[in-house]
Design a protein around this ligand. Structure first.
Ligand SMILES: *Cc1c(COP(=O)(O)O)cnc(C)c1O
Length: 376
């Protein structure tokens, strides 16, 4: 096979990115501050605050992981504190909790969205009433059951941190993901729905919190003529060059989302009459369809076999995120499930992420679907 590689998700650039980057070069603003950083924050804030009465504050940082790290610091995670976390996600959701000495307890998913199960979360709150922070990821761009999760956070007095790294532009009842928690993060890594090559953003309704995070992200320099430090700081700010890419990409975010939705729909239609289900979502939410995923409903066909077969045809697929409670690094951590067979283990065993690159042509996608059909 010498067809061109069909990828999971790669960057899609449009041209405006280069204009903003060029401006940074022309003005010699090549630093982790400048007009692109300020404008990118402002433009992202406007986008995220659509339909809200209050405008959310944003802080552009070097990665989504750095944004989550500062979110957990703002939420007050300290040594020995329990944090109730999404189990099926990328490790970056939960790693920064360890940077602060927090202890992750993993919460099983539900089958309607593949995200954190509110039922399992309530069980965890009863077991760990001291838990004061919940770390919630919206998997593959599908919004979680926000009403139920927020109700529980309120009931048990916990702060919600939303990891919207994969779900930028997805909405729950018309409201952007990344605006439900007190401290939230998105990512602009290379494979995300829009990219700056690498980068992230902290999102919060609290201006003081944004200012505190800014202080930490710039080495915790106190306001003095000399270099004065009273707290540990970080070098987490986004570069003005990188922010230029982000400004150009943001213009095309909705267009990326619409293309991703179309890809999902073509898979859904293509898999009719096959023992395959697409990753589900609630009808009152609008996912960003970052990655189209499927589960195999026929026990005789293994997703890893499909992965190998498609790879031989130069088609990239990936396993579903391996649940955190199954990771050797977290093997001493508790895992809360309310079903006999954990939902995350089941999705992991039967699931596969499909090519969702918005530059993929319809013919290429039909080729992928044919190759998958041939596995049954
Ligand atoms: C990509 C991703 C992150 C991390 O973002 P980076 O910008 O790569 O640091 C965090 N959480 C989830 C769920 C992600 O997919």
């Amino acid at each position: 096979m010498n067809n061109k590689r069909i990828s999971l998700s790669t960057p899609t650039m449009h041209g405006e990115e280069m204009t903003f980057v060029q401006e940074a070069f022309d003005k010699n603003w090549i630093a982790p501050l400048g007009f692109n950083v300020d404008n990118f924050e402002e433009e992202a804030s406007s986008y995220l605050s659509q339909g809200l009465t209050e405008k959310y504050h944003t802080l552009a940082l070097s990665s989504g992981t750095a944004s989550l790290h500062l979110a957990y610091k703002l939420a007050g995670v300290k040594r020995g504190d329990i944090v109730l976390c999404t189990d099926m996600t990328f490790a970056a959701t939960v790693n920064p909790i360890s940077y602060e000495g927090g202890v992750q307890v993993f919460i099983d998913s539900e089958t309607d969205t593949w995200n954190m199960s509110p039922e399992a979360l309530e069980t965890a709150f009863k077991k760990y009433p001291q838990a004061k922070v919940v770390a919630l990821a919206h998997l593959y761009g599908t919004p979680s059951k926000m009403d139920e999760i927020l109700f529980l956070c309120k009931k048990y007095g916990a702060t919600l941190v939303e990891d919207a790294a994969e779900s930028f532009s997805a909405t729950y009842k018309g409201r952007q993901t990344g605006t439900f928690g007190k401290y939230n993060a998105i990512s602009f890594n290379g494979n995300k729905i829009i990219t700056t090559s690498g980068g992230g953003m902290l999102i919060t309704p609290d201006k003081k919190a944004r200012d505190k995070a800014f202080f930490w992200s710039t080495q915790s320099r106190e306001n003095a003529l000399w270099y004065q430090h009273e707290e540990i700081g970080y070098n987490y700010r986004m570069s003005n060059v990188v922010a230029g890419i982000g400004r150009g990409q943001l213009i095309h975010l909705d267009e990326h989302r619409d293309k991703k939705e179309k890809i999902y729909q073509i898979y859904k239609d293509g898999f009719k009459n096959l023992p395959i289900k697409m990753n589900p979502y609630l009808d009152y939410t609008k996912p960003n369809f970052w990655l189209s995923c499927m589960t195999v409903e026929d026990k005789k066909v293994s997703p890893m076999k499909i992965l190998e077969k498609l790879n031989a045809d130069n088609i990239e697929t990936r396993p579903i995120w391996k649940p955190m409670h199954m990771q050797p690094v977290f093997k001493a951590h508790d895992f809360i499930s309310v079903t006999d067979k954990p939902v995350t283990e089941d999705i992991f065993a039967r699931g596969l992420c499909l090519p969702s690159d918005i530059k993929m042509t319809e013919d290429e996608q039909l080729f992928v679907i044919d190759k998958i059909k041939a596995c049954f």
